[in-house]
Design a protein around this ligand. Structure first.
Ligand code: CP
Ligand code: NVA
Length: 311
């Protein structure tokens, strides 16, 4: 292992509230500091000059890929992006050996994995920081961008009431893990069989999270400050028809936004499916901040990269 200090970014539950707060503060600072610059211009201090990030994708991506690539460019570093299938990993080389080999070439590794255990194996065997670019279990980079976006709207996260509507999936899991760290209230509304893991909810509550499970989406959204949707069919889900039918009543639409707080905001990590988990009137309407949310993946991840590399 290298003697340099580095940290993995795998799960919000593993990182202290203080450190997560520092990352968000840095994200806001980084974004303001480069306002008006062309998107490819390097930040004045070029903090990751000479550094290389490897990005491995076992699943598709638009936002994660572009935000990390442009982020490394802005930080003065460079990146190499590949589909895991194009590597020997796709032909059966172990994650453990891949971690050891890549650690000889690059300064950090981002992985989007089918199985969270692959990410853990990579992090245990890498001599450089490993960043979670989404797994079947969680999506921590996304939630950092989401919370940054709410703060940009002038919202204080402490006590803010967030309502998650739909599938209790990987993105929901990271909101659960973030709740105790940032002090917001989280209401989760899912049909039977689609709930977030009870064990994880209990763990988060044990860590101080305020989490309510309210199945009825109308009740869940009542007085919510923020309403959140995500796809009914995540990458890797195969039971598409069943999901479409089971989740049909968990669409975020005007009826749900009408019972939310008057100035409620709408979040969605994207990609979105209008007419399924969200109506076009909501995602394209005045409450929606989904494109600021997408942009903030860039700024939040630059702060995460700097934190991982001790810069
Ligand atoms: N929200 C998100 O992670 O988007 P991509 O799948 O396009 O990276
Ligand atoms: N829950 C979705 C998020 C995509 C960014 C998925 O895993 O496909």
């Amino acid at each position: 292992m290298s003697s340099t200090t580095y940290k993995h970014f795998l799960d919000l539950a593993d990182i202290s509230a203080e450190e997560l707060r520092e990352i968000l503060d840095e994200a806001h600072r980084c974004k303001k500091a480069r306002a008006g610059l062309p998107k490819g211009a390097v930040d004045v201090d070029a903090p990751l000059s000479g550094h290389v990030l490897a990005m491995l994708f076992e699943k598709s991506s638009t936002r994660t890929r572009f935000s990390f690539e442009v982020g490394m460019m802005q930080l003065g570093g460079t990146s190499i992006t590949t589909s895991a299938d194009d590597m020997q990993l796709g032909r059966g080389e172990s994650v453990e050996d891949t971690a050891k080999v890549l650690s000889r070439f690059v300064d950090a590794i981002m992985l989007r994995a089918n199985d969270h255990n692959s990410l853990l194996a990579l992090s245990r065997n890498a001599a450089v920081p490993v960043i979670n670019g989404l797994t079947d279990y969680n999506h921590p980079c996304q939630i950092m961008a989401d919370l940054m976006t709410l703060e940009e709207q002038g919202r204080d996260l402490k006590g803010l009431r967030l309502a998650w509507v739909g599938d209790g999936n990987n993105v929901a899991m990271s909101f659960i893990n973030a709740a105790a760290k940032f002090g917001f209230q989280l209401v989760i509304s899912t049909p039977d069989g689609y709930g977030a893991s009870g064990q994880m909810v209990e763990r988060a509550r044990g860590a101080g999270a305020h989490i309510e499970l309210i199945q009825d989406p109308l009740k869940a959204c009542t007085s919510a400050d923020v309403v959140i949707a995500d796809t009914w069919v995540s990458m890797g889900d195969t039971d598409i028809d069943k999901r479409m039918s089971d989740l049909g009543d968990w669409q975020v639409n005007d009826a749900l936004m009408d019972v939310a707080a008057k100035d409620a905001l709408f979040l969605h990590c994207l990609p979105a499916h209008r007419g399924e988990e969200v109506s076009a009137t909501v995602i394209d309407g005045p409450s929606s901040i989904v494109f600021d949310e997408a942009e903030n993946r860039l700024h939040a991840q630059k702060a995460i990269l700097k934190w991982c590399l001790g810069k």
